[in-house]
Design a protein. Sequence first.
Length: 90
Amino acid sequence: MSLAIHTKYIGPTNNRGARIKATCVRDKDTKWTASVSFEYGADSETRHALAAKALLVKHAPDLHDKQLWVCGNTLDNLGYVFAIYPTIQQ
């Protein structure tokens, strides 16, 4: 199963700290989401990867460690897209 996970930065509010939100649209009726706190000690790509991994752990725990991950910036540079492919078993 191949997946595309989009992540974006969400700034702090009066009630919540900064966070990264990951979203994966599975079909017209299913949308997976997960948010993680902003990890100030990590670089940008790592912060977004943590959110993408949290989404997989929450919604597809059997997939999060058996995949090949490829990522790139979005055109607006406000997030990342993670393309996740199954690894080939030999």
